[in-house]
Write a protein that binds this ligand. Structure first.
Ligand SMILES: Nc1ncnc2c1ncn2[C@@H]1O[C@H](COP(=O)(O)OP(=O)(O)OP(=O)(O)O)[C@@H](O)[C@H]1O
Ligand SMILES: [Mg+2]
Ligand SMILES: [Mg+2]
Length: 300
């Protein structure tokens, strides 16, 4: 098969690993920078150019779209989909997953556990929100934060009030969330491929830090998931319509609580922590499904 890996840079770990894994299985893999693609649209004719060269003959695409370029990245991916190229994750599912609020609404509707969450639209009623949440401590999060930046722990009602005020003053959209103390500054990342957990790690924040993000100095270790945690991860990916997903959850007294579902999860941390060939699993999944699609077309 001829595979496109949508990625800003060939040298990124995940990109490199996907290319290697595809080539090891005898496929042609081309890294395409979505920001360097031009999309051409006219009646019955959809085409795409990458740095001036027409893109042709692709069977499948694995998208690796960063949070800061979701709009253009998903537009390029949609064009591939319209050109009948099989995508490992659909553009619509990626768009959905990029909105934390929308994601939490969908996950809650699917019956998954999550920290109790409130969204407020610049309301002046900080006190009311804090009261509705049952008082401090509270987590306050920027809706479009990433890598742990924009996540604040307010330990008192006073602190919560001033943090919410400050974010609202900046016109920043935030969610207010119950603080899950039992998680003890750790979270779990479960990597799901096609409805199966292919690797899981536990991340723990450095001394004195409640955030477990590796970007904030956290460390990762291999973890064997409980059955309920595996089931929650698979269900969360499914609820979002993602075939490849990094599901983040907290361990709590009432079972696993989903924090978010990532649609372009990195491979480096999880491959290192687990020793599993996750890139290979992704390519295997694409292989099987691109073939199914081709089979369906032949039989049609
Ligand atoms: N409600 C909560 N209770 C306890 N700890 C939390 C809670 N929410 C977040 N944390 C901690 O803070 C970390 C960062 O939060 P979160 O994952 O929501 O934001 P982010 O990392 O900035 O977003 P992204 O993962 O998209 O980059 C989590 O990994 C977890 O360790
Ligand atoms: Mg996170
Ligand atoms: Mg994320």
């Amino acid at each position: 098969m001829k595979l496109a890996i949508l990625s800003r840079k060939e040298t990124l770990y995940s990109t490199r690993r996907l290319k290697e894994a595809a080539e090891a299985r005898g496929h042609e893999a081309v890294v395409i920078d979505h920001l360097k693609c031009d999309i051409m649209i006219e009646q019955n004719a959809l085409a795409m150019y990458h740095m001036g060269e027409k893109l042709e003959g692709f069977d499948a695409v694995v998208p690796r779209i960063g949070a800061s370029v979701t709009f253009y990245g998903t537009a390029v991916l949609r064009q591939f989909e319209m050109m009948d190229v099989f995508s490992a994750n659909s553009s619509i599912a990626i768009t959905r997953s990029r909105d934390k609020l929308r994601s939490l609404q969908m996950l809650a509707a699917s019956g998954l556990g999550m920290p109790k969450t409130a969204f407020t639209n610049y309301s002046k009623e900080e006190k009311q929100i804090i009261q509705n949440m049952g008082g401090a401590p509270l987590i306050i999060k920027l809706l479009e934060g990433t890598q742990g930046l924009g996540v604040v722990l307010a330990e008192t009602i006073k602190a919560a009030k001033s943090v919410i005020e400050a974010f609202h003053g900046l016109k920043a959209r935030i969610i207010v969330q119950e603080f899950i103390k039992e998680a003890k500054a750790s979270d779990i990342r479960a990597f799901v491929v096609n409805g199966e957990v292919v690797g899981a790690m536990k991340r723990t924040g450095k001394e004195g830090e409640f955030r477990s993000n590796l970007h904030r100095g956290g460390t990762a270790e291999l973890i064997k998931l409980k059955r309920s945690e595996k089931a929650a991860a698979v269900k969360a990916a499914d609820a979002m319509g993602l075939k490849i997903a990094g599901v983040d959850m907290l361990q709590s007294d009432r079972g696993p609580l989903i924090l978010e579902v990532n649609s372009s999860p990195g491979l480096e941390g999880i491959e290192q922590a687990t020793g599993n060939d996750i890139a290979g699993k992704i390519i295997e999944y694409v292989e099987q499904n691109y073939l199914n699609k081709r089979g369906r077309k032949k039989n049609a």
